[in-house]
Design a protein around this ligand. Structure first.
Ligand code: HEC
Ligand code: HEC
Length: 256
């Protein structure tokens, strides 16, 4: 009778087949297969050593959401809803476990590349001095043209943060595309495209004004995939100052 009840509970949670207590494979062949699955499906966002790209830093011992191996396998299988982390629905259960086993090896290797050399307090001062808050919000203060940076350190790796400051055009999230709308009568609106549906397109201009425009009034839309509304700070900041800013942002983590 007790067994039957347990089965029913499991059936009511169809999202994942992974129980809390799972064992990741440790064999050399499994890890090799896990590595090749990782290289195929994850490097694009997490980088070959887990410390790069637009995904979270996986080269750490303690992962924020993937605390247990069961959590890790579940995240790989179904993703993190509401974030850019996709589920790997095409993987078999065994492949998910092999990939998870490989991900754990990334955290064991000490990766000096990911080490932060900057000074977070100096970074905070630079953030104020260069008026990043004109476009970004931290803890409900600031502008809305760019993404909220309150917990940016949990969402992005240090490599991505560095890239975002030096060369913003490399990694423009889809909802912040540099967009120009030409309206009937020839007026232009230029800024970041925040969202659109079949009828309305929403653009935040450089003065911070929000425009929700009926698409029937728009004669032309130009979206530039390779251009960011954010200016590059490569010429304005020294290498050490960039590291200070990266350290400041990397420390902006979600409270546990
Ligand atoms: C399209 C980009 C993308 C791909 C592809 C991707 N990830 Fe992610 N992943 C992310 C992002 C972004 C986050 C951070 C989500 C958040 O918390 O905001 C993340 C988070 C994670 C986390 C949670 C990290 C933590 O600190 O707990 C794990 C684990 C993870 N990814 C593993 C993988 C693995 C393994 C693969 C390949 C099978 C993969 N990801 C593929 C973008 C991606
Ligand atoms: C004119 C507005 C503007 C200013 C000023 C600005 N940003 Fe941005 N920022 C954006 C926009 C828009 C994006 C999203 C597009 C992109 O990633 O290139 C962005 C993206 C970012 C990202 C990546 C966020 C993510 O989720 O990947 C970081 C980090 C960042 N900015 C930091 C800064 C810092 C630090 C400063 C000040 C030195 C700054 N920004 C100044 C508009 C701005």
């Amino acid at each position: 009778m007790r067994k039957l009840k347990l089965l029913l509970i499991v059936a009511a949670v169809p999202l994942s087949v992974f129980a809390e207590e799972i064992k990741l494979p440790t064999g050399a062949d499994d890890l090799k297969r896990g590595k090749s699955l990782y290289m195929g499906a994850c490097t694009y966002c997490h980088g070959p050593t887990g410390d790069g790209g637009k995904g979270a830093d996986l080269s750490r011992r303690d992962l924020r959401s993937a605390k247990t191996d069961g959590d890790l396998a579940r995240i790989i299988e179904v993703g993190l809803p509401g974030t850019e982390m996709p589920g790997m629905m095409h993987m078999t259960r065994n492949e998910v476990l092999q990939t998870a086993a490989f991900v754990r090896t990334l955290g064991r290797a000490e990766t000096p590349a990911a080490a932060l050399t900057g000074n977070a307090a100096k970074g905070e001062a630079l953030y104020a001095k260069h008026n990043c808050a004109a476009c970004h919000t931290i803890d409900s203060k600031g502008g809305f043209m760019g993404p909220d940076l309150s917990v940016i350190g949990s969402r992005r790796s240090a490599t991505h943060l560095r890239e975002a400051i030096v060369d913003p055009s490399i990694t423009v999230p889809n909802n912040f595309l540099y967009t120009t709308l030409t309206l009937e009568g020839g007026r232009n609106i230029t800024g970041a495209r925040l969202w659109e549906d079949s009828f309305i397109i929403n653009v935040r201009d450089f003065a911070g004004n929000n425009h929700s425009i009926d698409k029937s009034r728009v004669t032309q839309v130009t979206k530039e995939q390779k251009k960011s509304p954010m200016p590059s700070y490569k010429e304005k900041l020294s290498a050490a100052q960039i590291e200070d800013l990266v350290a400041y942002m990397a420390a902006r983590k979600e409270a546990r």
